[in-house]
Design a protein around this ligand. Sequence first.
Ligand code: GAP
Length: 445
Amino acid sequence: MAQAVSVMDKLVSLAKRRGFVFQSSEIYGGLGSVWDYGPLGVELKNNLKKLWWRAMVQEREDIEGLDAAILMHPRVWEASGHVAGFTDPLVDCKICKNRFRADDERIKGKPGEPDAQCPVCGNRGSLTAPRMFNLMFKTFIGPVEDEAAIVYLRPETAQGIYVNYLNVMQSSRQKIPFGIAQIGKAFRNEITPGNFIFRTREFEQAEMQFFVRPGEDEKWFEYWREERMNWHVTLGISRNKLRFHEHSPEELAHYAKRAFDIQYEFPFGWQEFEGIHNRTDYDLSRHQQYSGKKLEYVDGVTKERFIPYVIETSLGIDRLMLVVLVDAYHEEEVAGEKRVVLRLHPALAPIKAGVFPLVNKDGMPEIARRLYDDLRRKMPVFYDDGGSIGRRYRRQDEAGTPFGITVDGQTTQDQTVTVRDRDTLAQERVHLDQVARYLEERLAS
Ligand code: GAP
């Protein structure tokens, strides 16, 4: 456990040092379990979202994109079951005022009874009986803060898809089976958040709802389970650290008939970062009932009417980012020195190459600058002339930059530079005119 903690600690510190992730509102002491993405973090996150969007929307003819608003009509959350059912049982300590989930393993005894002991202050009999606490954030729409003006910050993006399913289907002329995908923020007032960006109160989801004929749901469920696992492998995530976990009847969410998590082996154990759910016709039926609007699908040939079943794939982008960072993090010895390197897949790397003049004289900075200006128009690159060349390499290793390009004495004579590979540490001499092509070929493979 001590080692597990220290790997996470090292990662949190690297993430801050290199500008991947900062604590939100840090100068005010931070805001609990809310994080900000820095210059490298936002690039990495955008790369993940771009690859997901490409695979799930742009490369497929049976999925359409959507960007629904975060705020929705409050009846949506009654229909979806979130007002009544999206709750955790909580207990309060009447003495130290701390609040816990009723199933917190540290609680000794049964909350509400005289012998139950508070895990923080240690008093007996101080814990209240469990009370249900809704995880949705509430706010008010318009100038009057009364019950009628309550709206929620969405706890999942999926509902924006369900309420737009007819709009999307009709405007894009899709027929079942087809899907709708979107990426966006979701909010949950989590009681026990933690583990860095693993469980936060504001996070981003990449969700896809696939509408199918009832009876074909199980076939599509299997299809999507495989597709999603395979996609993670294409990102370079270690296959032996990925597995499925099927939900037992007790674990199933209120809307699900069957569910699989895709889990990763984090330093703190196997945990979910994507869910594949068979949501049946639950959501669309409820929206039909609550809105009074027909949400049936009419088969153009048979004229059959039915409410489609939905297979959902629901990925947490922040969790995927943690998976990618943990999986890429390596410490190794090179020539008797410790090296920390993020072995990010080149498609994910925020910076594709560092450009360095070996020394700041003899015409080297001018050549390096020109090369940098040329490459910058083609890919994200970073110019660094500060400190020894070894230190500059190490900074880029920590940022996950796949290539380091050094302009040295020989460059001024034969117009070649050295290109260093982050993973193999091999160095090749490449002609200045060929550098862009050299990188493009290797980044594409
Ligand atoms: N629409 C279905 C749904 O929201 P979920 O299992 O509650 O299902 C799906 O969430 C994914 O969203 C999770 O696998 C996780 O990656 C991400 N997620 C959920 N809660 C989160 C939180 N508090 N912080 C970060 N990511 C979260």
